[in-house]
Ligand binder design. Structure first.
Ligand code: C5P
Length: 314
């Protein structure tokens, strides 16, 4: 895989790393008038990172190159979330035509996988461009700009473990002790987030206006650092919709449970399946066993919680 140092060599580049996420709880209410669904969700950032580098370009010029896993599936035009993030920051600080930036991204987070890879890139671009352009921007302002780009961007900026309400963009920290060992199974196919929400609406026309609460026992399990308790209370209201669109996910979830996972869950809107293992050795065994089944494109291990978007030395 092309390292970021090849894409963004030497001085003049500002580098930022941002994590993917899994939703430990994702409770969903009926769609609002703006089409978004009210959520009550617990995010955990995982040690699955995208690296992003930026350097100054001529005023009005915004470009992005993408390398790494599934790079060909990421748009490199003005719709790229990192480009949109850079422009948005510039519009608020000096003007988009007065600034310019060259962006490079090395992807590791699955693309369209339900792990907020695009949001991680947007968060990284906000942090990197603020540094590059010497803009003194508060965490609250960054989160506000991030929320305009996507509901998961404020969490990608912050990382760790957090409770999200509203569209998932109103965050409070969640106490989480210890480290959680995850195995992530990446299917061949993609699932579009809007399509999964639409299927949720079709399957649950009577969904309550307010999302159901996240399980108290999940929060208690996190506070105690008890993976078994956390596993018991993982919940994703979008999972039936994802399974309805891609029934093969059911076989993948069963396969993980039969091979040592404490629990398995579709990550966000999917299709990535996230399995919580009791400890690191079990995660290694599970990832090897799942990898040999031919049910998915790739199997990865990650631990959580991981930090939010942060500057890298050099
Ligand atoms: O905010 P973001 O662009 O990541 O969301 C992608 C899509 O997912 C939205 O356009 C919407 O269809 C759906 N979504 C939703 N309710 C949320 C978050 C996302 O319906 N809270």
């Amino acid at each position: 895989m092309t390292p970021l140092s090849t894409l963004a060599p030497g001085s003049g580049w500002v580098k930022v790393r941002a994590s993917g996420k899994v939703n430990l709880a994702l409770r969903v209410g009926a769609p609002r008038e703006d089409g978004y669904h009210p959520l009550a969700t617990v995010f955990q950032a995982l040690s699955l990172f995208d690296d992003l580098g930026v350097r100054a370009a001529a005023p009005g010029h915004y470009s992005v190159r993408v390398a790494g896993a599934q790079a060909d599936r990421v748009p490199t035009d003005a719709s790229n979330l990192a480009v949109r993030a850079a422009r948005l920051l510039a519009e608020h600080h000096g003007g988009a035509q007065e600034r310019g930036v060259e962006i490079v991204i090395r992807k590791t987070i699955p693309v369209t996988g339900g792990m907020a890879g695009g949001s991680a890139n947007a968060a990284a671009a906000l942090v990197a461009c603020a540094e590059l352009w010497g803009i003194d921007v508060s965490p609250d302002e960054l989160a506000g700009l991030g929320a305009q780009l996507g509901a998961d961007v404020p969490f990608s900026l912050r990382g760790s473990t957090a409770l999200g309400t509203g569209r998932g963009d109103e965050l409070v920290p969640v106490l989480s002790r210890g480290s959680y060992h995850w195995v992530l199974a990446l299917p061949e196919f993609e699932l579009s987030t809007p399509a999964v929400f639409r299927r949720f609406d079709a399957l649950f026309p009577g969904a309550p206006a307010a999302p159901p609460p996240v399980p108290e026992a999940l929060l208690e399990g996190l506070a105690c650092g008890d993976p078994a308790r956390v596993a018991e209370h993982l919940v994703n209201d979008l999972q039936p919709a994802a399974l309805d669109l891609q029934p093969a996910l059911g076989d993948l979830l069963d396969a993980g449970l039969e091979r040592g996972a404490l629990a398995g869950i579709v990550s966000g809107s999917g299709p990535t399946c996230a399995f919580l293992a009791p400890h690191e050795d079990a995660a290694v065994r599970l990832s090897v066993a799942l990898g040999g089944l031919g049910l998915c494109r790739e199997v990865r291990r990650a631990s959580g919680p991981a930090p939010g978007a942060r500057l890298q030395a050099g």
